[in-house]
Design a protein around this ligand. Sequence first.
Ligand SMILES: *[C@@H]1O[C@H](CO)[C@@H](O)[C@H](O)[C@H]1NC(C)=O
Ligand SMILES: *[C@@H]1O[C@H](CO)[C@@H](O)[C@H](O)[C@H]1NC(C)=O
Ligand SMILES: [Zn+2]
Length: 452
Amino acid sequence: MSGEAQPLLRSEESGQRNYAHDDSEFAAAEQRAHALRIRSIVWAVLGVVFVVGVVFALVAPGHLRDHGWSGQLPRDPDLAAQRLLDSAPVIDGHIDLPEVVRFGWRNNVSDVPLDGKMPTHVDIARLTEGKVGGFFWSVYVSCADSSDEGKDFLNATWRVRDTLEQIDVAKGLIEKYPDTFSYALSSEDVKQSISQGKIASLLGVEGGHQLGNSISVLRQYYALGVRYVTLTHMCHNAFADSAGFLIQIPPLHYGLSPFGFKLIEEMNRIGMLVDLSHTSDMTATQAILHSKAPVIWSHSSARAVHNVARNVPDEVLSLVGTGEGQKDGVVMVNFAPYFIAPEGKANVKTVADHIDHIAKVAGKKHVGIGSDYDGIGSTPEGLEDVSKYPALIAELYRRGWDKFELAGLTGGNVLRVFAGAEKVARDLQTAGTPVVYDIYDKREDLPVKREL
Ligand SMILES: *[C@@H]1O[C@H](CO)[C@@H](O)[C@H](O)[C@H]1NC(C)=O
Ligand SMILES: *[C@@H]1O[C@H](CO)[C@@H](O)[C@H](O)[C@H]1NC(C)=O
Ligand SMILES: [Zn+2]
């Protein structure tokens, strides 16, 4: 429509006035009409944009999500897993990389190509692909042969030396790749490492047999940076009974020994996390009741889903939580196929079944991930190495886990428990709780009490 014609048309339409006879009135009217025209075009355009927006949001809200235009995760589970892990990366409770270095490289850290392709489950490229934000490096050495050690665990077995070597290996690798790893000693350190885009690296000792029957050794491991001790591995020790492997082994102490109770008190006081993976049900139950601090299972799955001794039974899971008679804790699910499902059946879905079950019994705030990568010979289908965590997150997203629940699972829950144990330690120290100087009562190398 031409500019000149419009006022005339209008006057013709209205039939009231002929603007042509009054120049000033005509100009003013033309200006008004022009402004009106522009306004109506602007409103029309805005209207169309609004309608399109509303239709888009109503008909295809997922598109907004998929493209990150809303606070929600994308609909597509794989995209959602990536997005979630970008802000809440995995903090794995148990990775056995130091053991691979011990037996594969004779502990020669210089020779280990972590920045290349490792033949096992862990290297830097795959940690990055799997969106790992931190993990506990297990400084594991095996139980001694029980006949060498003797029934009271008193014969020297080199386990403390070997543990120190594994601590040295872990620290050496962390230092070798300073752009990738950051040595972490506290829950705050973990958060800071992640915010700097590095992999928070913590140390965990996997069994009381690595303590040489000595609470002094516990304190010195802490001083070296260790932040959890698993009370047992697959053998009983001076402190506690083990679950064994697939079938529960006969008890020795019926849970914790008196010295084991003392160990837990000192762990609480110094801020060493009590790890209940590998322990017998009696050990776990007594430790939960005795510990003032929240507890962890660095790498354990659910017995109700797959019935092996190494998995956590519902009776024990029901003690975990924040309700009356419960203790805060996190069960970090182990991926070992023989703990997950009958032979040949372990895959992403069956691992997710364990997570769902623990979430059902203990709550979603009490489950985490403790893959046991590099410590297990075989892996579930779809979870072959540290690059595959996103597949597990995608599966749980498909099952209805929301972003807050998933962020707890990937790392928030273990960080909460870690911070809880740190607080208990601070409080105990502030209250002047005495250092535990108890000596294992079967030891004969230290005199009972000498007259001086
Ligand atoms: C350790 O590995 C490095 C790099 O391959 C090699 O140069 C060195 O000789 C090795 N050291 C020992 C003691 O084997
Ligand atoms: C281990 O200790 C037992 C006593 O518990 C002793 O009889 C045995 O000779 C010791 N074995 C070794 C290899 O020292
Ligand atoms: Zn283990």
